[in-house]
Design a protein around this ligand. Structure first.
Ligand SMILES: NC(=O)c1ccc[n+]([C@@H]2O[C@H](COP(=O)([O-])OP(=O)(O)OC[C@H]3O[C@@H](n4cnc5c(N)ncnc54)[C@H](O)[C@@H]3O)[C@@H](O)[C@H]2O)c1
Length: 356
């Protein structure tokens, strides 16, 4: 069995990826995560007795730790999710985004380069560094503009997007300069189980369930291209297995919706599940709030390349994926309670016996 070093595997997409790949027994996984506020070991609870999932709390910027993990476990691939990921937080405190997304990625690349250079030729040739990035590096589209392709020039508008763009450039440069066998994926907005409730869709679901206001930025007409998280994870598995070294792949849902359409869809699902709730119809909770500075108007991904070259296509429709997501949050009150109260940070480590 292959061994992968996954960074950020206690976050939303990383944990979905780790769970999916461990279920398929695709690889032994060494999971390196700093457990910032966004890292939640509860996401990995079902792996607590899995000997092929090894959790290590730590920072991607800790060269000694990363070098030790690489030397000890001799991974065949590094799959790099770890990042500060919330645009609003990047507006208020950009520094941590530079530290983790730029400097952290740089230090990780340096450690990996040293390890990779010392591998014997066959393992060296087969090694892959998969860097997970975002559509936000491309900037914002006008209403009639064609969707982003892999050759769209980068034009990031938020500190988050700029830090991810910088990381993408570094990863690419490590291939061009040192020959490190990298792959880059740029994906649109994900949604699904295990997403931290500061993000748009879980925030709306949970506020709706509690009869709280549903805050929508500006006029609610900002457009995002939504993808169900397990579809993203499957695409990553394919890129890792079959992607062309040095290439980048756009991943998206071909599902452009305004924020207002998304909230109304959530409200309809909540109305169906809880028709007698005091807050039904839930659309009455929608409340417009002042727009986010530099708020990109529209993102859309052209996913022809990954469809053509790797045969990937999203399986989940927005209707089916959103219904599953709402159901998941309704069915996991303990997860929600631990996250919203902050308790997940104190007790999970002891409870599940993970840790450094
Ligand atoms: N969520 C989306 O819609 C989306 C879309 C496209 C791309 N991405 C990218 O996918 C990746 C994962 O996103 P997510 O939504 O799962 O993020 P997340 O915020 O839910 O999780 C990030 C994880 O990284 C960990 N982490 C943060 N700093 C670290 C550090 N210095 N060292 C080690 N671990 C650290 C956190 O503890 C957390 O577990 C990110 O790189 C993000 O840019 C996200």
């Amino acid at each position: 069995m292959a061994t992968w070093l996954v960074t950020g595997g206690a976050g939303f997409i990383g944990s979905n990826f780790v769970l999916q790949q461990r279920q398929a027994q695709a690889a032994r996984i060494i999971n390196l995560d700093k457990l910032t506020y966004a890292g939640n070991l509860n996401n990995l609870a079902e792996l607590r007795h899995d000997p092929d999932h090894i959790f290590q709390q730590g920072d991607i910027g800790d060269r000694e730790l990363v070098a030790r993990l690489l030397a000890d476990y001799q991974p065949d691939a590094v799959i790099h999710f770890a990042a500060e990921s919330h645009v609003d937080r990047s507006i208020h405190r950009p520094e941590t985004f530079i530290e983790t997304n730029v400097v952290g990625t740089f230090r990780l690349l340096e450690a990996v380069r040293g390890y990779w250079a010392g591998l014997e030729p066959a393992k060296r040739a087969a090694f892959r560094f998969l860097h997970i990035s975002t559509d936000e590096v491309y900037g914002s589209l006008g209403p009639e503009d064609p969707a982003f392709t892999e050759t769209t020039p980068y034009a990031p508008n938020s500190p988050y997007a700029a830090s991810k763009a910088a990381a993408d450039h570094l990863v690419r440069a490590y291939h061009e300069t040192y020959g490190l066998p990298i792959l880059i994926t740029n994906c649109s907005n994900n949604y699904g189980p295990l997403q931290f409730p500061e993000k748009f869709i879980p925030l709306m679901i949970l506020n709706g369930l509690q009869g709280k206001k549903l805050p929508v930025y500006g006029d609610g007409q900002n457009i995002r291209d939504w993808l169900y998280v397990t579809d993203h994870c499957e695409a990553l598995g394919l890129v890792l297995a079959k992607g062309t070294v040095g290439a980048s792949y756009n991943i998206g849902g071909r599902c452009e919706l305004t924020n207002l359409e998304v909230v109304n869809h959530i409200c309809r699902l909540l109305d169906e599940l809880f028709p007698t709730a005091a807050s039904a119809p839930h659309s009455g909770l929608i409340s417009f709030v002042p727009d986010r500075p530099g708020h990109d108007r529209r993102y859309a991904m052209n996913i022809s390349k990954i469809e053509r070259e790797l045969g990937w296509t999203p399986k989940e429709s927005f209707a089916s994926g959103l219904a599953k997501t709402v159901r998941w949050y309704v069915d996991h009150p303990q997860w929600v309670e631990a996250v919203t109260s902050g308790a997940y940070r104190q007790w999970l480590q002891t409870h599940y016996g993970f840790g450094s």
